[in-house]
Design a protein around this ligand. Structure first.
Ligand SMILES: Cc1ncc(COP(=O)(O)O)c(C=O)c1O
Length: 338
C-alpha cells in the first residue's frame, strides 16, 4: 500500500508489504554484502532445513518517529544478542552486531515513509529472521543460511486507553520443556503455542499464562510476553526461570523501576503468591504493558482490579515517553536512523 493512503489511526498489528526488505546469505563461512530486495518473497530449495527441521529463529523490535522528527529504534543491540543465543542453540552462524545494525539502518531508511507519524502511537515493526536455507534430508545443521529483516507499520495497541485483560492457565499444555528451547526465540516454539492459545481465546481469554513445565508450581510467562507484578510493598517482581524468553521490554521496565526507586526482585515466583500481588501485567514489544485483571487456574481465580494500576501506569508512561522521544534517553537505548 502507498504510505500516503495509510489511515494511521486504524492501523492494527498486521503485515503489509513495504518498499523492501534486506537480506544477507551465509555461504562458505561468511555473510554476503546485505542487499535491499523489493519483492516481499524468498526462493529456496524445497529441502531447506528451516522448512523441515525448524532451523528458524526470529526477533521483534520497533522504530518510532520521535518528537524531534527523527526516527529511532529501541535497543537493537539487545535483539542481536538474543538472536545469537538462538543461532548458537540451532548451530547457525552468529550475526555480527555491526552487520545487524547496518541492515536495520538500510531497511528502515529505505522504508522511512512507513514509520507512523509522531503522535499516532504507531511504530515501524522490525522483524529479523534467521533461517537455514541449505538443502538437506538428514537431520543436521544447514551449510547455508539467510538472514533477513522485514519491516511493516503497526498501529497503537490501546486506542481507547489501557484495557486490562483476563488470562487463563491451561494445565494440559506447556509452552516449553524443562530443559528445552523456551529461552530462545525459535519459530517452532510459536507453532506449539497456537493450539493452547486458540483454546484460551475460544473460552474468552485473550492470553495464556504458563507455569513452569516441570512441576506447574512456579510462574513462567505468558504465551508471547513476560510476567511481572507489583507486590503489596510496591516492589517490581518478575520470575527467574530456565524456560522463559528474556524480554527486552521487561529488562527496560526493570531499569525504569530502579530509576523511580521501585525495588526490583528477580526470583522464582510460586503460584500461591498470585493471591498477594497488587498489580499484575504482561510485557513485550507489541504492547509494552498489558495489565491483567484476572488469572484463572483450574482451582483458583485471582483478581487484580478492572483498571490499570497506578504503578503499571507510571511505568507504561515513562517507557512510551522514552520510545517517542518525550523523555530523555538516559540509558542510551535508542539508535538513530541516519
Ligand atoms: C515468549 C515471549 N516472551 C516474551 C516476549 C517479550 O519480549 P520483548 O519484550 O523482547 O518483545 C515475547 C515477544 O517477543 C515472547 O514471544
Amino acid at each position: 500500500m502507498d504510505p500516503k493512503d495509510i489511515n494511521w489511526s486504524s492501523l492494527g498489528f498486521g503485515y503489509m508489504p513495504t518498499n523492501s526488505y534486506v537480506r544477507t546469505t551465509w555461504l562458505d563461512g561468511k555473510w554476503s554484502e546485505p542487499v535491499l530486495i523489493k519483492e516481499p518473497t524468498i526462493t529456496m530449495s524445497i529441502a531447506a532445513t528451516c522448512l523441515h527441521y525448524g532451523q528458524a529463529a526470529f526477533e521483534g523490535l520497533k522504530a518510532f518517529r520521535q518528537k524531534d522528527g527523527k526516527v529511532r529504534c529501541l535497543r537493537p543491540w539487545e535483539n542481536v544478542k538474543r538472536m545469537n543465543l538462538a543461532a548458537d542453540y540451532m548451530l547457525a552462524p552468529a550475526i555480527p552486531e555491526e552487520l545487524y545494525i547496518q541492515m536495520i539502518q538500510m531497511v528502515v531508511k529505505d522504508n522511512i515513509e512507513y514509520v507512523p507519524p509522531y503522535g499516532t502511537g504507531g511504530a515501524l515493526y522490525i522483524r529479523p529472521l534467521l533461517i537455514g536455507t541449505g538443502a538437506q534430508v538428514g537431520v543436521s545443521p544447514s551449510k547455508m543460511y539467510d538472514f533477513l529483516i522485514l519491516v511493516t507499520p503497526v498501529g497503537a495497541y490501546y486506542k481507547g486507553g489501557i484495557q486490562p485483560v483476563e488470562a487463563l492457565v491451561l494445565d494440559d499444555y506447556d509452552r516449553a520443556a524443562p530443559h528445552g528451547t523456551g529461552h530462545v526465540k525459535f519459530a517452532g516454539n510459536y507453532a506449539a503455542s497456537l493450539k493452547p492459545s486458540k483454546i484460551a481465546k475460544t473460552q474468552g481469554y485473550p492470553i495464556t499464562l504458563f507455569f513452569d513445565p516441570k512441576d506447574h508450581e512456579f510462574i513462567d510467562e505468558f504465551g508471547t510476553s513476560n510476567f511481572f507484578a507489583i507486590s503489596k510493598e510496591g516492589h517490581y517482581v518478575t520470575p527467574v526461570s530456565r524456560s522463559i524468553l528474556h524480554s527486552i521490554t521487561n529488562m527496560s521496565l526493570q531499569d525504569i523501576a530502579k530509576d523511580m526507586d521501585i525495588p526490583v526482585e528477580l526470583r522464582p515466583i510460586h503460584k500461591a503468591e498470585l493471591a498477594d500481588f497488587a498489580e499484575v501485567a504482561a510485557c513485550g514489544t507489541a504492547v509494552v504493558i498489558t495489565p491483567i485483571s484476572k488469572i484463572v487456574t483450574k482451582d483458583h481465580t485471582y483478581t487484580f482490579g478492572e483498571t490499570c494500576g497506578p504503578t503499571l501506569r507510571k511505568l507504561y508512561d515513562r517507557m512510551t515517553a522514552i520510545q517517542h522521544g518525550d523523555y530523555p534517553d538516559t540509558h542510551n537505548w535508542m539508535l538513530e536512523i541516519k
